[in-house]
Design a protein around this ligand. Structure first.
Ligand SMILES: *[C@@H]1O[C@H](CO)[C@@H](O)[C@H](O)[C@H]1NC(C)=O
Length: 149
């Protein structure tokens, strides 16, 4: 039994350090298709976001449309009401994507989600969009989080 619990401890340590795909809902990806969404760290779901910390979000998607620009828009949805969730850099072309974006190419969008200390401790849904030149979504996904102190 001792070796069994050691294996469990090792497994949970690995879970802390390795990117785990989060369960998300697609909320209207129009000109792209998501292949994976990673939040780092997020060892268990819903992701626990600690105040004062910053989380890495890595979205891998394939584009269906070319675009010179890309712009990220993030909302926190509390009781069904979307509230703007500020991110340090909303330019997708400065978030791991090499622009112009070409059609039928796979990109990894990587950005930070800082959790401000003044945020209240509650459960909410984070909704993340990346838009092209025509304001169409390369991706839109949402996933539940718990903000804790
Ligand atoms: C983002 O995720 C993709 C797919 O899992 C992976 O290939 C890529 O290395 C990741 N990028 C970063 C910066 O973690």
């Amino acid at each position: 039994m001792a070796s069994h619990s050691l294996a469990l401890v090792l497994a949970s340590l690995v879970a802390v350090s390795v990117a785990e795909p989060v369960k998300y809902l697609d909320c209207g990806s129009v000109v792209g298709k998501i292949s994976s969404v990673d939040v780092i760290p997020c060892p268990k779901q819903p992701c626990e976001l600690r105040k004062g910390e910053s989380y890495t979000v890595n979205v891998t998607f394939t584009s269906d449309a070319a675009s010179q620009t890309s712009k990220a828009i993030v909302h926190g949805v509390i009781a069904g009401v979307p509230i703007p969730f500020p991110i340090p850099n909303e330019d997708g072309c400065k978030s791991g994507i090499q622009c112009p974006i070409q059609q039928q190419k796979t990109y990894s969008y990587v950005n930070q989600l800082p959790v401000k200390t003044e945020y209240p401790s509650l459960k909410l849904v984070v909704e993340w969009e990346l838009r092209d030149d025509n304001n169409k979504d390369y991706f839109c996904f949402k996933f539940p989080v718990q903000i804790t102190s």
